[in-house]
Design a protein around this ligand. Structure first.
Ligand code: AMP
Ligand code: TRP
Length: 329
């Protein structure tokens, strides 16, 4: 029997995780646990590429882990660990800075351009170098598949390039990973502006449905979400992007097919549709938060420590191999 494929992914403990993170990333991971060997990281060294309050960061690390667990990541099946607990990640990132990564690669990264905006000269070097750390995360574990939202695909491409260049220079060392995105829901858009991604770092949280929003707050956000001109419920990304986004959220959280939803809502108005959607979201959040609230900080500590041990064993072997290849051992 061929060995099971390896999945690696992670989310930064910054901002308030929202249903975009859930639909685009975490819910995919939950499904993949059945058929693959999965490793999921809380990537705290990625979070510090922008300023974080230390107290807040400590809290968010626990919060993100609880969100993984409440969403259905099973620590018996999958490895869950905190990135900074395994120094091999940053060490390999440094090695990749010197072997495999060109300045031109990083200059192309659209996320860096978006995040740095007009301040490209004054943001941290870490923000610029962030995709290299991500490549180290992925390549340390012989990862086959990286399930992410659409915005991360370019970073996974870089990991592939780095792996190929390293392999060309030193012989087969790293597996070439592949990104996987959802067919529907890989890019959940903001509730108030369907041209913009729903983002956990958005200053206006009315754009987002956070996983830990009080359900009644979430209901209000849905009722206030923008819709498009016209009145008919149809899935039309180009002409009705706001509605298409709401239909996608409904389908993903309510476990329904978009086609069916459109059919069942024919002749109904946006207002009625939004009321139903709000009910679906409220139910989803209530169930999710019930599970979340049952998990203690102590459970989280034990699970992260256990995950660290399992992940570090794998990471150390790969790193030692790399150290030898480049001549420092
Ligand atoms: P981030 O919030 O940028 O740390 O992203 C964490 C994970 O969630 C990544 O896999 C992203 O691609 C995914 N993600 C973030 N925002 C969205 C969104 N609006 N729609 C779909 N996936 C998303
Ligand atoms: N950069 C990713 C994000 O912002 C998070 C991340 C870090 C990641 N390392 C990773 C995702 C490795 C997948 C695999 O969403």
């Amino acid at each position: 029997m061929p060995a099971q494929k390896i999945i690696f992914s992670g989310i930064q403990p910054s901002g308030r995780l929202n249903i975009g993170n859930y639909i685009g990333a975490i819910s995919q991971w939950v499904e993949m646990q059945k058929n693959y060997n999965c490793i999921f990281s809380v990537v705290d060294y990625h979070a510090i590429t922008v300023k974080q309050d230390p107290e807040e960061l400590r809290k968010r690390i626990i919060e993100v882990t609880k969100i993984y667990l409440a969403a259905g990541i099973d620590p018996e099946k999958s490895v869950i660990f905190q990135q900074s607990a395994i120094p091999a990640h940053t060490e390999l990132a440094w090695i990749f800075n010197c072997y495999g990564t060109h300045i031109a690669d990083l200059n192309k990264m659209t996320q860096f351009k978006d995040k740095s905006g007009k301040n490209q000269e004054s943001v941290s070097v870490g923000l610029y170098d962030y995709p290299v750390l991500m490549a180290a995360d992925i390549l340390l574990y012989d990862t086959d598949i990286v399930p992410v939202g659409e915005d991360q695909v370019q970073h996974v491409e870089l990991a592939r390039d780095i792996a190929r260049r390293f392999n060309n220079e030193f012989g087969e060392t790293f597996k070439i990973p592949q990104s996987v995105i959802r067919k529907e829901g890989a890019r959940i858009m903001s509730l108030l502006d369907p041209a913009k991604k729903m983002s956990k770092s958005d200053v206006n949280q009315n754009n987002c449905l956070a996983l830990l929003d009080a359900p009644e707050v979430a209901r209000k956000k849905i009722m206030r979400a923008v819709t498009d001109s016209g009145s008919e419920i149809s899935y039309d990304l180009k002409n009705k992007p706001a509605l298409a986004n709401l239909l996608t959220i409904y389908a993903q959280l309510g476990n329904r097919e978009i086609k069916r939803l459109v059919k069942d809502n024919s002749g109904r108005g946006y207002g009625d549709f939004k009321k139903d959607l709000a009910d679906v979201v409220v139910k989803f959040l209530e169930d999710f938060q019930k599970k979340y609230n049952k998990i203690s900080d102590n459970d989280v500590k034990t699970i992260l420590e256990n995950g660290r041990q399992r992940a570090e064993e794998i990471a150390q072997v790969k790193l030692e191999q790399v150290r030898k290849l480049i001549g420092v051992r």
